[in-house]
Design a binder for this molecule. Structure first.
Ligand code: SF4
Length: 477
């Protein structure tokens, strides 16, 4: 692991103010001032949330970022880079165009880095626990790494902690979880997807430990999230948690949100791997009282069928976190952006996971994920029964024959149900899924989906736009 700071401190500051800038400044002051973290002539990489082209609070709070950059400059930093890796293959350049980050940061004396742009960014292949992780060379070569993390709810991990923020320093290739079934182990029962994801998150974290971690929860997106969905709600807490040790900062953050350590998989895994302080009594708390500032917030739903969507019937079988996460976003996308489409579609069913129950109609059935596609191959809804068409009447004789035969029971024929949209993948990819759903419904039936899908298609990195990776480069891990 690359050590990023000479300070080995257990101090964590909780600050509360009426402006994000003041809350961040106060936190750094309580921790002994910015010079404890940054030396003169240091090059700094500030990792921010840069997830989707939807602005704040999906992405970084600009007030907080500006405050941090000014502090780094005051400490004599030689160069300040700012960057992140968007979710779902969205291009950083799109976020820059939407948010105007490049010119904003230039005016502040910092440099915006598009980590996915091969012209400005290279990746080094770092080996951690037998895996090769593509990690930005710029971050490795910077003297200091700072994590400025916007805290919101998260469907898999309850909230977006700084350890999760570090994960999006790895390329999207390296973040992908391949299904690896261990002999004699039930992949779904053990939620192996989540185990592998947790292991990857902490592997990425160990590549370069940040010198300063700020969990910005001044504004907090509760209910649905971390993207802005119909059921999302923004609350203003005024709180910021900062410190030297990412694990300790995250531990205090979950405490403020009344999340038990035993319910926080990331921190439990960090504890197993002894990656930081996971005992509150060993943390030297500064600033506001932890007990007096606990928050009651609404987290995301635990079950997919708690996401109620107009005219949509949902059936889930056995699933793992992979399909849970992707279906969570797809369903919330539908609820948020397809309200009008679904009014006219009138009825659709979504089947997710292994062996879901039969849908209640045979129309518009979305089969989500490899498990659902595979285990419903012989389900009843795959076939429909249709009445055999009447014989065409061409003569009077035919008419007599027809009248006689009409007393017989109708002839029923079985046909393959074509009202099924299969979305393969383990888990399926969001954009491919939206494309398939749109192809099935068509623009006239789903004009809203068509509009948003066209927008999204412009934002996404095409498979041909590859990253440049330095082969064989290694970090000081
Ligand atoms: S298809 Fe979905 S539920 Fe099945 S193993 Fe893959 S991610 Fe998990």
């Amino acid at each position: 692991m690359i050590e990023n700071s000479k300070v080995n401190s257990t101090e964590v500051a909780i600050t509360k103010n009426d402006s994000p800038a003041k809350a961040i400044n106060d936190g750094i002051k309580l921790l002994g001032g910015i010079s404890r973290f940054i030396g003169k002539e240091d090059s700094i990489f500030i990792k921010i949330n840069l997830r989707a082209p939807n602005g704040f609070p999906i992405n970084v709070n600009m007030d907080s970022l500006r405050t941090l950059i000014i502090l780094c400059k005051d400490a004599g930093a030689k160069k300040i880079y700012v960057g992140g890796f968007p979710d779902y293959g969205v291009k950083t350049s799109t976020l820059n165009d939407t948010l105007g980050l490049k010119s904003y940061l230039e005016n502040l004396g910092a440099v915006f880095i598009s980590l996915d742009d091969p012209a400005t960014s290279h990746f080094s292949s770092i080996e951690v626990n037998g895996k090769n992780i593509e990690y930005p060379t710029r971050v490795l070569e910077s003297d200091k790494l700072i994590i400025l993390n916007q805290v919101s709810v998260d469907p898999l991990f309850k909230c977006t902690l700084s350890l999760l923020n570090c994960y999006s320093l790895a390329s999207s290739n390296s973040q992908k979880i391949d299904k690896l079934v261990r002999s004699g182990k039930d992949y779904l029962l053990l939620d192996q997807y989540k185990q592998d994801l947790l292991s990857n998150i902490l592997d990425v974290f160990t590549i370069k430990k940040p010198c300063l971690v700020i969990n910005d929860m001044f504004y907090f997106l509760e209910s649905a999230g971390p993207f802005i969905y119909k059921d999302s709600n923004l609350i203003r807490t005024g709180l910021v948690v900062s410190g030297f040790d990412a694990v300790a900062v995250d531990l205090i953050t979950i405490n403020l949100l009344k999340i038990d350590l035993l319910d926080c998989d990331i921190l439990l895994e960090a504890r197993n791997r002894k990656l930081g302080i996971t005992n509150v009594s060993k943390i030297n708390l500064k600033g506001e009282s932890l007990d007096d500032n606990k928050l009651s917030v609404n987290f995301t739903v635990n079950k997919l069928n708690e996401i109620t969507i107009n005219n949509t019937y949902l059936q889930t079988g056995r699933i793992c976190s992979g399909c849970f996460k992707e279906a969570y976003h797809l369903l919330n996308f539908m609820k948020t952006h397809m309200t009008k489409d679904l009014k006219y579609i009138r009825k659709q069913s979504v089947l997710i996971g292994e062996n879901p129950l039969e849908p209640d109609t045979v129309e518009n059935i979305i089969v989500f994920g490899d498990c659902a596609v595979k285990t419903t191959k012989n389900s009843d809804f795959r076939h429909i029964q249709v009445l055999k068409k009447d014989t065409i009447i061409t003569t009077v004789g035919d008419k007599v024959k027809k009248e006689k035969s009409s007393k017989k029971p109708p002839i029923v024929k079985e046909k393959i149900n074509k009202s099924v949209i299969e979305l393969p993948g383990c888990p399926p990819d969001m954009h491919t899924s939206l494309n398939s759903i749109l192809k099935y419904y068509g623009k006239t039936q789903a004009p809203n989906l068509s509009f948003y899908n066209a927008l999204l298609s412009q934002f996404i990195i095409k498979k041909s736009e590859k990253l440049i990776t330095k082969k064989g480069a290694t970090g000081d891990v």
